[in-house]
Design a protein around this ligand. Structure first.
Ligand code: ADP
Length: 581
């Protein structure tokens, strides 16, 4: 609006300037013509005078005429001398033949100039008319002068008038323009607001101009449709993304999508857990810079070069070591495609494989030892010891002992295999643990005495009751008591305790035996693991007792805890959940 207003004023200014020039020129022309006609009239009058230029009445006449017309009249001879002047005396003026207007009049008959008058000290217009005598010689010049300032003030008046007019017109038109433009811009403002809303994801703006009959109405109708469509698509996209996220985050397999440049585009929770990555931080970073796994780098390169999928297996080194299997496939059919990586955690599988291999090796080794002893004793007997009455019985007893060991080992193995495979049938009944402790005590009390061991029973009353397989609990207590007897030297003491702790029934088997070193404590629950192989074997141990204890306890919903100090004794705690009343 301001621009429009200024433009108006500039135009008005230009107009006023041009108009002033035209008016000025017109005025000057008019005055010039008036001057000339007055000069002619004066010439006619001079001719009528008795003495012509020398007539005495002439000066008075000029002065009168000057007052009437507001002009100045000067009579100049052909030689340039002033004969009479309506304002000043002839002596004061001096010769005027060299004045510009006089020089022009000399040549052309009429001369007109504008300049500053030194005599009157104002801007003047001068017109000089040449009059010839009857001999066709120059008779005289009549010079008429008028002040320019008068014209200027007239023009200023006109200019003032036009300026005021232009100003009022500008204000009026600018105001009208403002009203019109505001009215025509209003729908645009509404649109701008609605578009801004769409920009921040809000699609529910209703346009007030929607029901107009003009183009704005049609445009807002289309805009409304666009909003609805955008909203629908965004919802659709959102649902798809949520579905995809739900699927990806619930997958056990790790999924990664990598850009052709190697930057991570997508990674689900499982992939982050497997590769030990922090979820939002990996996006936009190069995968191989974060994980540095050569096998994975090779598989990605192979996929990108050969345009086929590739498989690899590798171990991660951060935190607990994991074995991961990766399948890398192409994402898009470009020169250098991005890749999708699916990761499977095969740590347990590989561990099981290793365990199976170790187990077979262990079993063969364990069974070979008593068999080798049996073979050796039998051979010794055959080679003559059979008739050695001092030794033969001892050898046969050894064969029996080793055969029993072999038998026990096979029985324990079968038992463990059944428990581990889940084919062992458990009959869950209410089990009073005091009863089992008591039975075990009764069974081994005699042996303990034989071995000079102090055997104690310390039970809580009433007996804690658990819902469990009674045979399992019997085996657990039996194995622990047997171990306590085996690994406690003479004069030591053993005790079986029962009590309730933190909602669990606890059976404790304590001894003051050889104890177990800290680093061995976890391993003794492994199959065939013995701290001292020879001692265990001499005792008739199979190396499977604690493995069976651990599995049976777990299968009955409990846990085993061990507290032991080397050389001071051991304490095995079996925690089993109390039966719900
Ligand atoms: P074993 O038949 O050899 O006793 P177990 O599985 O019962 O096999 O025990 C594994 C190993 O744990 C034993 O060889 C022994 O070294 C150690 N161990 C078990 N119980 C005790 C205990 N009460 N005191 C000291 N060491 C024990």
């Amino acid at each position: 609006m301001l621009g429009y207003f200024i433009l108006h004023l500039l135009t008005a200014g230009l107009f006023i300037f041009v108009l002033s020039q035209i008016v000025r020129n017109q005025k000057i022309n008019d005055i010039e013509a008036e001057m000339q006609s007055v000069a002619f009239m004066l010439a006619g009058h001079i001719e009528d005078l008795e003495n012509g230029l020398e007539d005495e009445a002439l000066v008075g006449h000029l002065k009168r005429l000057g007052k009437l017309t507001n002009m100045r009249f000067t009579l100049i001879t052909a030689e340039g001398n002033v004969v009479a002047d309506s304002v000043k005396g002839t002596q004061e003026i001096g010769p005027h033949g060299s004045r510009e207007e006089v020089l022009i009049a000399k040549k052309e008959g009429w001369g007109f100039t504008q300049r500053y008058s030194d005599t009157l000290r104002v801007n003047m217009m001068y017109g000089a008319q040449r009059f010839d005598n009857s001999n066709r010689n120059i008779g005289c010049y009549i010079r008429v002068a008028s002040e320019s300032n008068k014209i200027n003030s007239e023009i200023l008046e006109i200019q003032m008038f036009v300026w005021i007019f232009a100003l009022i017109l500008s204000l009026l038109t600018s105001g009208l323009m403002a009203i019109f433009s505001m009215r025509s811009m209003q729908p645009l403002t509404t649109f701008a607001k609605a578009v801004r809303q769409v920009g921040i994801g809000k699609y529910d703006s209703t346009l007030a101009i929607q029901h107009r009959d003009d183009e704005w109405g049609a445009l807002s109708e289309a805009f409304q449709q666009m909003q609805t469509e955008l909203n629908r698509r965004e919802q659709h996209l959102l649902e798809n993304t949520q579905r995809l996220e739900a699927v990806l985050s619930n997958m056990i397999e790790g999924v990664l999508a990598v850009e052709p440049s190697g930057e991570v585009m997508l990674a689900n929770g499982a992939a982050c857990r497997m590769l030990k990555l922090t979820h939002p931080e990996i996006f936009g970073k190069k995968l191989l810079e974060i994980v540095r796994i050569p096998e994975l780098a090779q598989a990605i390169e192979k996929t990108q070069l050969q345009r086929t999928f590739s498989k690899t297996e590798f171990k991660t080194f951060s935190g607990t070591q994991k074995t991961l299997k990766a399948r890398v496939s192409m994402l898009a059919n470009k020169d250098k495609p991005g890749v999708a990586i699916v990761l499977h955690d095969v740590t347990e599988l590989r561990q099981l494989e290793t365990m199976r291999q170790d187990f077979v090796a262990n079993v063969s080794h364990e069974l070979k030892t008593p068999l080798a002893s049996i073979k050796a004793y039998a051979e010794t007997l055959r080679l003559g010891a059979l008739h050695d009455e001092n030794k033969n019985m001892q050898f046969v007893e050894q064969i029996e002992f080793q055969a029993e060991l072999l038998n026990q080992q096979i029985l324990d193995l079968l038992h463990l295999a059944r428990v581990e495979s889940g084919t062992n049938t458990f009959t869950i009944t209410d089990v009073k643990i005091n009863q089992i402790c008591q039975a075990s005590y009764d069974q081994f009390a005699k042996i303990a005495v034989e071995r000079k061991l102090d055997f104690q029973l310390d039970l809580t009353h009433p007996s804690p009751v658990i819902a469990a397989d009674i045979k399992s609990i019997e085996t657990i207590v039996k194995n622990l008591v047997v171990n306590a007897i085996h690994y406690t030297p003479e004069n030591g003491s053993i005790s079986i305790l029962s009590y309730v702790n933190d909602g669990s029934a606890v059976i404790e088997v304590r001894d003051t035996g050889i104890g177990i070193a800290k680093d061995q404590q976890k391993r003794i629950f492994e199959r065939f693991y013995r701290v001292d192989k020879a001692r265990s074997r001499d005792m008739g141990g199979t190396g499977l007792g604690l493995a069976i204890v651990k599995h049976l306890t777990q299968n009955n919903g409990g846990s085993v805890h061990l507290k032991s100090q080397l050389g001071k004794g051991s304490c095995f705690e079996i925690h089993l959940p109390l039966k719900n009343e």
